[in-house]
Write a protein of this length. Structure first.
Length: 248
């Protein structure tokens, strides 16, 4: 069942999203060669606590960290660790903020120092794909229109879209309906309605779209060892169009 949110609920989620965006802006200042994703995770934990919020994914199905930190060929759900980032890496930091019971979810990919032209293009294409998906999140459209716009654009740029991980509704809990794939056919899937709140979070690979799972049971990475990037916003559907709740 898809739960439609009231204006009041959306406003509370927007407050959580604004805090999450502020946290990402601070993370951007920290990203450089030599820093560790463990240090970033500790920063996020403390930043949220200072602002009266908590990292919702910490403890979710036994997950131990405030963030997911995925480096290079890791697609998603990478564990923060004490290994230093190096020049040329790309790192995706994903988090869910709980502020007074309202949730917001956003991931952002960062270049570590100077990265290759291929990596720069990957980051640009992935971010553009996110906004092309958001453009389709209009009342009366269907969820499939979002995925089709993303897939068509990404594949036209010579990259691939991950199938195994998708966007999702969000509200009182992290994952609600509807499922929001980043691929597929236009005109398919649930009708988009006012009051829906969901994430769009394309994961884009340089090489093949398939993923494989690490032994930790959480971290997914590309099967060919090539880089992956991800950008994610939480959006609310209004009559006037989609509203990004986690805008940086």
């Amino acid at each position: 069942m898809i739960v439609l949110k009231s204006d009041r609920e959306i406003e509370k989620m927007k407050e959580a999203g604004e805090l999450l965006a502020a946290c990402h802006r601070e993370i951007a200042k920290l990203i450089k060669p030599g820093v560790t994703t463990w240090e970033i995770d500790q920063f996020v934990d403390h930043f949220l606590a200072e602002h009266g919020a908590t990292p919702e994914q910490k403890g979710y199905n036994g997950y131990k960290y405030a963030t997911c930190a995925s480096v290079n060929d890791e697609i998603c759900h990478g564990f923060p660790r004490k290994q230093s980032l190096k020049e040329g890496d790309i790192v995706t930091v994903d988090m869910v903020v709980n502020l007074n019971g309202a949730l917001a979810d956003s991931a952002w990919s960062y270049a570590v120092g100077e990265v290759s032209e291929e990596a720069k293009t990957l980051l640009d294409v992935t971010k553009n794909a996110l906004y092309k998906g958001i453009e389709q999140a209009q009342v009366g459209n269907r969820i499939g229109d979002i995925g089709h716009a993303i897939q068509t654009y990404v594949e036209g740029e010579g990259f691939s879209v991950v199938r195994d991980f998708i966007g999702h509704g969000i509200g009182a809990v992290i994952h609600e309906k509807p499922d929001v794939p980043h691929y597929g056919l236009p005109g398919k899937g649930p009708r988009i309605k006012e009051g829906m709140v969901f994430t769009i979070e394309p994961m884009v690979n340089v090489g093949r779209y398939q993923s494989k799972m690490d032994d930790n049971g959480w971290t997914a990475r590309t099967i060919d060892g090539k880089n992956s990037a991800q950008y994610e916003h939480t959006i609310a559907i209004t009559k006037e169009g989609p509203v990004i709740l986690t805008e940086q």
